[in-house]
Design a protein. Structure first.
Length: 502
């Protein structure tokens, strides 16, 4: 059976959106490779389809990220207290090979670990990923040699995850395959990809989003459940999905998604819960007991007061702020002039969780990149946000270099690091503001401006509303000076997702 990438487009299929025609930043950047594509160009007639090009670019950028870690691979992880920070090449992966018992053949969650951390503090599916990489690591030579190999094996597996992510993003919006370039070229994505194991959960979440866009509610739920078994944040996507299905009356599809997610999560977690509950629960107790940490605005507060808040106080306040964000997202969902796109709310809920959390590790940007691209594929805003994240990436390592260099104080002092925190928080909030504006003024949404409703919405795409509040009962407001084509919403596109091939 021919694939969607090689089958010629029929006369009934809309023309793919070309970023160089609608985005001035993309058009300017294309000058590096010969300029915007011409109107007479023959697309989809060779092996070099958009999705394949995007995947190869992503692998190339990932490889550059590996090269950036070379100073640590050759010694920074093993010699000198601050070398891995001054070269900005830190990674948890080699350090946890021995620190979490993989070098000694200990079984995660079942075997206790020496030191302060009694059990592996990661969700079960991530623990399985780490263990598989441990099995693939040669257990010969010095411990340094083994740790180098462990990082290298994990890097290979994570590269496969990165490829899955960009392919899924490129295919989620069927008419916008080139948007995947935003993920592939994101500098913060390449820089943070091998700090930790987050790409596993991100890949499963991206695949879940693709399944939902194709109307496969159960497959979406299964993949989201697996993603939640690897990292906690993917379960948040069920909240926006509940709101959107409520507004559109798609309760059956939400039930399938919820059931699939619950079953998949239980299949992974239940065996460990039954036979090693103490080890299984370590992730959850550690998350609750963990104090204020790097990257959060709570750290700025704690560092600038003589009476810093307790962990219990921060947990309570962070939960309260998150609930307020959820209430705000619900209000926007039901009162927006047009039902928000799923990707928009998915980005907002995950961003709210990260911003209000007591820790905002540099690799958390990986959670947001695919969702940000699907929510607002606008090069200018995306690059502004990425610039803020790169500034923070450098800031945290320079701060750690400062704190570990003794009396030499080489690096970024505390007040400088606080400014770096503020910059990346403001960058995330800026992108959130742009997404909210698109929701309230849908004619400014670059996805809908092309004539689509919700290409990542699956059964929600083109569906009629059955429950709205306030302003949603009125026609959409129109932005001043808007000259784009009118967007047709409603039943005309209701079943369009059924015709999309994988």
């Amino acid at each position: 059976m021919p694939s969607a990438e090689t089958t010629p487009a029929s006369v009934h299929e809309p023309e793919p959106v070309r970023p160089t025609r609608e985005d001035e930043i993309a058009a300017a950047g294309s000058e590096l490779i010969g300029g915007p594509i011409g109107r007479r160009a023959l697309l989809g007639t060779s092996w070099w389809t958009p999705v394949r090009i995007v995947a190869l670019v992503a692998i190339g950028m990932f490889a550059l990220g590996l090269v950036q870690k070379l100073p640590c691979y050759d010694g920074g992880w093993f010699f000198g207290a601050s070398s891995q920070y001054t070269h900005a090449c830190y990674s948890d992966i080699p350090h946890l090979y021995q620190g979490r018992g993989f070098a000694d053949g200990r079984v995660p969650y079942f075997d206790k670990l020496p030191g302060d951390m009694e059990y592996l503090e990661y969700p079960v599916l991530t623990g399985v990923f780490m263990q598989v990489a441990g099995w693939l690591t040669p257990h010969s030579g010095s411990i340094q040699h083994q740790e180098q190999w462990y990082w290298f094996v994990n890097a290979g597996l994570l590269m496969a995850c990165a490829a899955v992510i960009v392919v899924c993003v490129s295919r989620t919006h069927a008419r916008r395959p080139w948007d995947g370039l935003l993920v592939a070229l994101a500098p913060a994505f390449a820089l943070t990809a091998t700090i930790n194991w987050d790409l596993l959960a991100v890949a499963l979440t991206a695949a879940a989003m693709l399944m939902w866009s194709r109307g496969r509610s159960l497959a979406f739920g299964v993949l989201l459940g697996l993603a939640t078994a690897a990292k906690l944040y993917p379960v948040l996507l069920l909240g926006p999905l509940l709101l959107l299905c409520w507004r559109a009356g798609k309760w059956r599809d939400f039930g399938k998604a919820l059931g699939g997610a619950a079953i998949a999560w239980l299949v992974v977690n239940l065996p460990v819960m039954m036979f090693a509950f103490e080890g299984w629960s370590k992730f959850y107790t550690f998350s609750q007991e963990r104090g204020v940490d790097f990257g959060s605005f709570w750290l700025i507060w704690a560092q600038n007061t003589s009476n810093p808040p307790s962990t219990d106080t921060v947990n309570m306040l962070a939960t309260l702020l998150m609930l307020l964000c959820c209430a705000g997202i619900a209000a926007v969902t039901f009162t927006a002039p047009r039902r928000p796109r799923f990707a928009q709310l998915a980005f907002l809920i995950v961003a709210a969780f990260i911003v209000t959390n007591k820790v905002y590790s540099p690799q958390y940007v990986l959670w947001l990149v695919p969702l940000a691209v699907l929510a607002r594929p606008k090069w200018r805003d995306f690059l502004i946000w990425q610039l803020c994240e790169v500034a923070y990436f450098l800031g945290i390592w320079m701060y750690l270099a400062y704190t570990t260099s003794g009396d030499a104080h080489k690096g970024l002092p505390t007040h400088g690091y606080q400014w770096a925190i503020a910059v990346h928080l403001l960058g995330t909030l800026y992108l959130c503001a742009m997404v909210v504006r698109d929701i309230l003024m849908p004619e400014r949404d670059v996805v809908r401006r092309s004539g689509d409703d919700d290409p990542s919405g699956g059964v929600l795409d083109g569906a009629e509303d059955v429950f709205v509040l306030g302003a949603a009962a009125h026609p959409p407001r129109h932005a001043a000076h808007f000259d784009g084509p009118p967007v047709e919403w409603g039943s005309q596109g209701q079943d369009s997702y059924h015709d999309r091939s994988l």
